[in-house]
Design a protein around this ligand. Structure first.
Ligand SMILES: [Fe+2]
Length: 298
C-alpha cells in the first residue's frame, strides 16, 4: 500500500473562535498554539505544528483541505496530473506556505467548490504534544489527521476527479435510505486509512448549507473514545450519533456537533486497507448504534 499522500490538515472558518478554542482543547483534547490576536487557532494533535487551522470568519465550514505529499517528487507528479486535466493551479508564496506551516504549497479547486491545498514538508514542532485528555494520543502519522466527509452536487464528477486525477482509490460505496431519499456516498483512501476523504451526493431535497459534513479523528485507545463521549455530554453538545460501529471501516465512534454546525466523529479501532483490499457496497452505514441521543441526557 502506498503511503505517498495523506490528509494533512483542514482549514476551517468559524464565527465563534472562543467556542472553538474551548472545543478543540477541552472537548477534543487537542493542543492549541498561537496568539489569540492572530484571529486563528493553530491546533496540534501530534508532532506536526498544525493539523487544523481554525480562522475567524463567517463561513462556519471547511475552506481548504490540505493534502500532504510524502516529498517534492510525489507533489510534482500529482501537480502534473492536475495540470494535465486542465485544472488551474496556483503556486502560493512563502508567506502563505508559512501560514499553513508547510514548505511548499499549491492550490486548486476540486468539483463541488472544494479548495485543495497540495503541500509538502510540513513543519514539525520542537515541543512534545500535551494532550492529557486523550490517553494514547491520536492515530495520525502516515495516515494523516483522520478523514473529512464532503457533500457534493455531482458525486460522479467529484469521483472522477478524486480517483482519476488525484491518486485516491475507492474503498467502498454506500446507498442508504434517508427521509430525503437514498443517500449515495463513496469512501476514498490514499494510504492505509480506510478513508481520508468521503464524498456524499447532496440529496435533491437537502437543506444542508455547508460543504463539510464531518471530520473524523481516531484515538489509539477505546477508553479515549468513552472519555471524549463524556466530554461531549458535559459540554452539552448535540450527539447526532451515539456510540456505534461502522460496517465498512469498522470504526467504533460517536458523532457530535461542533460550534460551527457541522459534526465531528471521534473513533477508535478502524480496519486498515492493504493492496488486497476489495471494494464493497453497503446499504447501511452502521452495524449497530450511531443513533441520535435524545435530550436531556442527564
Ligand atoms: Fe466518518
Amino acid at each position: 500500500m502506498h503511503q505517498d499522500l495523506q490528509l494533512g490538515y483542514l482549514v476551517l472558518e468559524v464565527s465563534d473562535l472562543d467556542a472553538w478554542s474551548e472545543f478543540t482543547t477541552r472537548t477534543l483534547g487537542m493542543s492549541v498554539d498561537g496568539a489569540p490576536s492572530e484571529d486563528a487557532l493553530r491546533v496540534r494533535m501530534d508532532e506536526l505544528q498544525q493539523r487544523f487551522l481554525v480562522r475567524r470568519g463567517p463561513a462556519d465550514d471547511d475552506v481548504a483541505v490540505g493534502l500532504t505529499a510524502l516529498n517534492g517528487q510525489v507533489l510534482q507528479q500529482i501537480l502534473d496530473r492536475v495540470t494535465a486535466a486542465g485544472v488551474p493551479v496556483r503556486e502560493c508564496d512563502e508567506q502563505e506556505a508559512r501560514d499553513r506551516r508547510v514548505k511548499r504549497l499549491y492550490t486548486f479547486t476540486a468539483p463541488g467548490g472544494i479548495t485543495v491545498e497540495l503541500v509538502s514538508a510540513p513543519y514539525h514542532s520542537r515541543e512534545p504534544l500535551a494532550a492529557p485528555l486523550v490517553p494514547g494520543g491520536f492515530l495520525t502519522g502516515a495516515q494523516g489527521l483522520g478523514h473529512a466527509v464532503f457533500m457534493v452536487d455531482d458525486l460522479d464528477e467529484a469521483l472522477r476527479f478524486w480517483t482519476g486525477v488525484l491518486p485516491f482509490r475507492v474503498s467502498d460505496t454506500s446507498g442508504q435510505e434517508t427521509p430525503n431519499g437514498v443517500s449515495h456516498a463513496a469512501f476514498l483512501h490514499c494510504n492505509r486509512r480506510h478513508h481520508s476523504i468521503a464524498l456524499v451526493q447532496r440529496p435533491a431535497r437537502s437543506t444542508y448549507p455547508k460543504k463539510l459534513l464531518h471530520f473524523m479523528v481516531q484515538a489509539n485507545s477505546l477508553d479515549a473514545v468513552g472519555m471524549a463521549f463524556d466530554r461531549a455530554i458535559d459540554a452539552d453538545l448535540t450527539i447526532n450519533r451515539s456510540l456505534g460501529r461502522h460496517p465498512n471501516d469498522r470504526m467504533f465512534s460517536f458523532y457530535a456537533t461542533t460550534p460551527s454546525g457541522f459534526d465531528y466523529e471521534f473513533g477508535w479501532g478502524a480496519v486498515e486497507v492493504g493492496e488486497d483490499w476489495a471494494e464493497d457496497h453497503y446499504d447501511h452505514i452502521s452495524a449497530w448504534g450511531h443513533r441520535p441521543l435524545p435530550r436531556p441526557v442527564r
